[in-house]
Design a protein around this ligand. Structure first.
Ligand SMILES: [Zn+2]
Length: 357
C-alpha cells in the first residue's frame, strides 16, 4: 500500500513568518524583550534599519495578517531592514504591570540602541502605533532617542483623546477593574475565568451583535465605542477577521489607568517617577531633530483623529512646515495596517514619508 502525499504550497503568510528571525535583548531594568526582524529583500537598495512597534493587547505579529501583502514585507521590498518590537506590553511576553512611562524610559531607548549596535547604522527610522507610539513619542520628545531621524506615528502620540461616549464608559470601568484585576483580556469573549471576566463578557454580549467573533466584539467593548471599534469590518478580509481571534490578549490595567489619567489631563502624563521625564515636558520644544509624519484613520473610534492633530500642532508650533499630518480616508484604528487594501491605500504614504530626507 502506498501513501499519497499532498503538497500544498506555503501561503505568503507562512513564507513571511519563516523569514523572520527573533533577536532578544534586555530593557534598562533587565526585562527580556525581543525583535522580530525581517531583513531587506535581496537586490534592493539599502535604506537602513527601521523600528516597527505595535500597541498593547497585541504582539509584533499583528503587522503580519493573512493579507496579500503586509507592511513588514512591503518595507523589506523597499529596502528597509525591519525590526518589529515586542515591548513589555506585548502578549508574546510574560504578562506585566507597566505604564507608558515605563516603556518610554526602559524599553525604547534600549530597543534603538540594540538596532544600532547590531546594524552599525548611524541612525534609524521608525513606524509606531497606538500606545507603542505614545511610549515612543514620550521618549523621543524628551531626548532619549537621538539616533532616530524619521518617524511615522499612527493613531495616538502625546495627546490621546477618545470619543465622548468613551468618557462615560472608561473612567468608571477602569477605576473599578484596576482595583480587582491586573489585566483585561479580549480572550474573555471566548473564555471568561471568574466573576469579573464573566461580568465583562455579559455586558459585551448585551451591546455587541455586529459579528460572530467573540474576541473581535470583546476588543470593541474594551477599546472604543464602535461596532467594531479597532477596525472597520468592511476593511478586513474574512481570514484576517478570523485570525484576529488569536492576536488579541491581555493588557495591564495599570497601563490603561495611566492612559485614562492622561486623557483627562489632555496629554501623556509624566509623573516624576523618572528623572529622564520632566513633568512639564509638554510645555517645552520636543528634544529631537527627527522629522515626523502623524497619521490616523478618519474613522478611528479608539483614539479620535484630533489626538494626532494635537500632537502635530505641538510639533508644528516649534518647527512650522517641517512635519505632516494625514488622515486615512475610510479607515479606523488598526485596519490601516491589517486592512485588505492597506498595501494600496496606506503603505505608499508610509513609505513616501520614510524615504523623504
Ligand atoms: Zn468582528
Amino acid at each position: 500500500m502506498t501513501e499519497t502525499q499532498v503538497c500544498v504550497a506555503p501561503s505568503p503568510y507562512q513564507v513571511e513568518h519563516a523569514q523572520f528571525e527573533t533577536i532578544w535583548f534586555t530593557a534598562a531594568d533587565g526585562v527580556p524583550l525581543n525583535f522580530r526582524r525581517l531583513r531587506r529583500a535581496s537586490g534592493t537598495e539599502d535604506r537602513g534599519p527601521l523600528l516597527l512597534s505595535a500597541g498593547t493587547s497585541v504582539r509584533a505579529d499583528i503587522f503580519s495578517p493573512p493579507t496579500a501583502d503586509t507592511l513588514p514585507r512591503y518595507l523589506s521590498r523597499a529596502g528597509y531592514d525591519v525590526w518589529v518590537l515586542n515591548w513589555r506590553a506585548s502578549i508574546d511576553l510574560a504578562p506585566t504591570t507597566c505604564t507608558v512611562e515605563d516603556a518610554a524610559v526602559l524599553d525604547f531607548p534600549s530597543a534603538v540602541d540594540t538596532i544600532v549596535e547590531y546594524t552599525g547604522a548611524d541612525s534609524i527610522k521608525a513606524v509606531v502605533h497606538c500606545l507603542g507610539s505614545c511610549a515612543f513619542m514620550l521618549a523621543i520628545s524628551n531626548g532619549m532617542l537621538p539616533k532616530v531621524s524619521t518617524v511615522v506615528s499612527n493613531a495616538s502620540a502625546l495627546h490621546p483623546e477618545v470619543a465622548p461616549l468613551m468618557w462615560l464608559k472608561m473612567p468608571p470601568a477602569i477605576g473599578l477593574l484596576a482595583k480587582v484585576l491586573p489585566d483585561l483580556n479580549p480572550q474573555w469573549g471566548v473564555h471568561a475565568p471568574g466573576f469579573w471576566p464573566k461580568l465583562a463578557r455579559t455586558l459585551m454580549r448585551i451591546g455587541h451583535h455586529e459579528c460572530d467573533n467573540e474576541v473581535c466584539k470583546m476588543s470593541s467593548f474594551f477599546y472604543g465605542v464602535g461596532f467594531p471599534a479597532l477596525w472597520r469590518h468592511e476593511n478586513l478580509n474574512d481570514d484576517t477577521h478570523d485570525w484576529l481571534s488569536g492576536e488579541m490578549a491581555q493588557v495591564s490595567t495599570k497601563l490603561l489607568t495611566h492612559v485614562s489619567k492622561s486623557i483627562r489631563t489632555g496629554h501623556l502624563i509624566a509623573t516624576g517617577k523618572y528623572d529622564e521625564l520632566p513633568t512639564d515636558y509638554i510645555r517645552r520644544a520636543p528634544a529631537t531633530d527627527a522629522r515626523f509624519a502623524f497619521m490616523t484613520g478618519d474613522h478611528n473610534s479608539t483614539f479620535v483623529p484630533v489626538s494626532m492633530a494635537r500632537t502635530f500642532d505641538h510639533f508644528d508650533k516649534y518647527s512650522p512646515g517641517r512635519h505632516v499630518f494625514q488622515k486615512m480616508h475610510g479607515y479606523g484604528h488598526l485596519d490601516v495596517f491589517i486592512g485588505d487594501r492597506a498595501a494600496e491605500d496606506v503603505f505608499p504614504f508610509i513609505l513616501d514619508e520614510l524615504n523623504r530626507d
